[in-house]
Design a protein around this ligand. Structure first.
Ligand code: ADP
Length: 412
């Protein structure tokens, strides 16, 4: 018994080391053939349909043998029979066994496989799959060998169960994290919203007074032209401040989109006008490539808000990235979607950034500079339009590309 125990121990150790299903399968089959010295081994797992057996690991199989074993059906053939009944089989001469699948008979005969044993892999009373070994010697497998294989299969069953539980738990944890992030996002936004609406109210009143008086004085007949000029500056600035307050409100609060027919190229142009000065200051070359794009039912302000975020991020990535600075904005359509692409020549998105760019509060900007809300809010705005916001790296050169997709046609 001693060598058997050693083998079992080696397999148990190999499969117990990992919580990754694929790795458990790989190591199980490798350890089994290595330590037992058997020529051919195979491991099948039942698919979700409960009928299809999929080859998940093998050692020593010829391509022809692998081809017939790739997928099997529970209840058919030697291996399929074990998967259906849960009873192991031991065969002295596999090639002549009446239970062998007809499709496998040729390959098994050519390979000269004689002794064959197959046992079920179980976990918590359920059949997960099968484990089989074969050899070219006619000596049948002894009861000890079968017991060893069954003990190995049991170990694999436990390891598989652990790995599955682990991956389910990891998935649930991931979902929980996402939900928590969304909750925090919503909480934070509503806090900003309340604060902003309070501030907006407080600031709007004095701004209205300033604006009103500036107009009143400006209309007086004896005001000299130079003073009128200055009054106009006061009125313009007060109007701008009022707009910023409104933007802050729109940004912090989630208004449902007010959809009207809107031309995406118009929205792009408005945003570019807004940031024109800063782009020029940063020596950013702006390229627009407007393809034909019909009118889209969207909230123009929200589309602008999204574009503004994308353009500002692009500008920041190019300012920190060094090299040529070109901002390209394209519009067009694909398969029922209107599309706006914002391409930059900045730092691009490292994998760890790419996977988190839309997370609320995710930012790589220095403290005080980034809130990490721009893209998550933009994502929400586009989603409320029934559209998608996608992030990727450019293929043609260094830099990132953000794509806004909005559904074409009137909303139902
Ligand atoms: P913030 O701009 O406040 O950091 P965002 O949600 O807008 O928040 O962006 C999150 C992060 O995504 C940024 O800090 C940056 O790391 C990354 N990012 C966004 N746009 C780009 C871009 N065009 N190029 C490279 N990185 C980007």
């Amino acid at each position: 018994m001693e060598p058997h125990l050693r083998i079992l121990h080696a397999v148990a150790e190999a499969v117990g080391r990992s919580l990754d299903v694929e790795e458990v399968l790989r190591t199980a089959v490798a350890a089994l053939t290595q330590v037992t010295g058997h020529e051919i081994s195979s491991l099948h797992l039942l698919a979700d349909d409960g009928r299809t057996l999929v080859l998940r690991g093998e050692r020593g199989m010829s391509p022809a043998l692998r081809a017939v074993n790739e997928t099997l059906t529970a209840g058919e053939g030697l291996i399929g029979g074990v998967a259906a009944t849960g009873d192991g089989v031991v065969v002295a001469d596999a090639a002549t066994s009446p239970d062998l699948l007809d499709a496998a008979r040729g390959a098994v005969g050519r390979e000269g496989i004689r002794g064959f044993v197959c046992v079920p892999i179980r976990s918590r009373g359920q059949i997960l799959g099968t484990l089989a070994i074969g050899r070219r010697m006619p000596t049948p497998f002894a009861p000890d060998d079968v017991a060893l294989l069954q003990a190995t299969a049991d170990q694999i069953g436990v390891a598989l169960d652990n790995a599955r539980l682990y991956s389910e738990t990891a998935q649930q944890l991931d979902e929980l994290r996402r939900t928590q992030a969304q909750l925090v996002h919503a909480e934070k936004l509503s806090a900003i919203g309340e604060l902003a609406s309070g501030v907006a109210h407080e600031i709007n009143n004095p701004l209205t007074t300033i604006l009103g008086h500036a107009h009143l004085i400006g209309d007086m007949p004896d005001v000299p032209p130079a003073a009128k000029e200055r009054l106009k500056v006061i009125a313009d600035e007060a109007t701008r401040a009022a707009r910023i307050v409104q933007n802050l409100l729109a940004f912090a609060r989630r208004y449902p989109p007010e959809r009207r027919p809107c031309l995406l190229t118009d929205q792009v142009e408005r945003v570019l006008e807004l940031v024109d000065f800063r782009l020029r200051q940063d020596a950013v070359e702006v390229v627009t490539e407007f393809g034909p794009c019909p009118v889209v039912w969207a909230d123009g302000h929200q589309v602008q808000q999204v574009l503004l975020n994308l353009v500002q991020n692009a500008q920041h990535a190019m300012a920190t990235g060094g090299g040529a600075r070109t901002l390209t904005i394209r519009t067009g359509t694909t398969d029922g979607w209107a599309r706006i692409e914002v391409l930059d020549t900045g730092t691009g998105l490292a994998p760890e950034v790419l996977s988190r760019v839309f997370d609320p509060f995710f930012t790589t900007k220095p403290e005080g500079e980034g809130s990490g809300l721009g893209l998550s809010v933009s994502y929400g705005l586009v989603a409320e339009h029934g559209g998608r916001l996608l992030a990727a790296n450019r293929r043609d050169r260094r830099g990132a590309v953000f794509t806004v997709e909005l559904p074409l046609g009137e909303p139902s």
